[in-house]
Design a binder for this molecule. Structure first.
Ligand SMILES: C[S@@+](CC[C@H](N)C(=O)[O-])C[C@H]1O[C@@H](n2cnc3c(N)ncnc32)[C@H](O)[C@@H]1O
Length: 162
């Protein structure tokens, strides 16, 4: 059976497609819909104007999943790393990147759950986000308590709340 290889290429000025170019199989292209902006203690997700209609209704939710790109790690060496010590702590057990929230991984997709402050025009303000300023944002999805919640949660020792 042929296994399709998923490779996501972020198209933007300055991003590299080197990893994708090295891989065989299908490629999937994503574009930034906007960027994280931080100023004067506020955290904004400023969408390109053309995506503004896509924000309609988001203000009725309290929280949003922000899907973004670890663009500072978009080099082949970092995209080839498959195991890390979580949280950069050598005391934590060597783990596969898919068992961590590591910012190095083959596809540089990040996911942050954010509290919505406001939605106005093409700008979403959130309380905070662990993405750096100017980070490309790929998608937004509202937090919906049913599908986005879990019971009987189990995590390894290193991942327990600090
Ligand atoms: C551990 S990752 C977790 C990100 C996200 N919450 C997730 O789980 O996918 C968060 C760290 O990524 C790093 N980071 C933030 N923005 C970045 C960017 N644009 N490119 C690369 N690293 C970034 C920062 O060091 C930040 O503390």
């Amino acid at each position: 059976m042929r296994i399709a290889l998923l490779v996501l290429t972020l198209v933007s000025a300055g991003s590299t497609a080197a990893m994708a170019a090295e891989s065989s199989g299908p490629h999937y292209t994503v574009y930034p819909i906007g960027h994280v902006r931080k100023a004067e203690g506020r955290t904004l997700i400023v969408l390109d104007k053309k995506y503004e209609p896509g924000l309609r209704g988001l203000g009725d939710f309290s929280h949003v999943h922000v899907i973004w790109w670890f663009h500072k790690n978009d080099v082949p060496q970092k995209r080839s790393i498959l195991q890390v010590h979580p949280r950069g702590n050598p005391d934590n057990p060597l783990s596969g990147v898919f068992a961590t929230r590591s910012p190095v991984r083959p596809n540089l997709i990040a996911l942050s759950l954010c509290k919505i402050v406001s939605v106005k025009d093409n700008v979403l303000e959130v309380e905070k986000i662990d993405a750096d300023a100017d980070t490309p944002v790929l998608d937004l999805k509202p937090f919906t308590p049913g599908p986005d919640s879990a019971s009987g949660v189990r995590v390894p020792e290193w991942a327990k709340p600090r």
